[in-house]
Unconditional design. Sequence first.
Length: 82
Amino acid sequence: MRTGYWPIVTKDEYHYKGYTIRRTKTTTNIKKRMPCESNGYYDATVRCFEIEGLKPVGMRPFIVSITDAKRYINEHIKNEME
């Protein structure tokens, strides 16, 4: 069993602070910086994430990484406490 900060339920499902983060089949295009060229960018197609009970897929801002999902959850919790 894998333990740690990001317990993985399945390949496309994660849990964080009581929320389920799920990778969906919905995609969007983003610009990514090329690793070798400081001024170069390329278009990448990435899958979006949804946060069950908090952020459905397809609503802006699009969540395209686990880090984005974690940041979104932390901001939501912070705003609830104020």
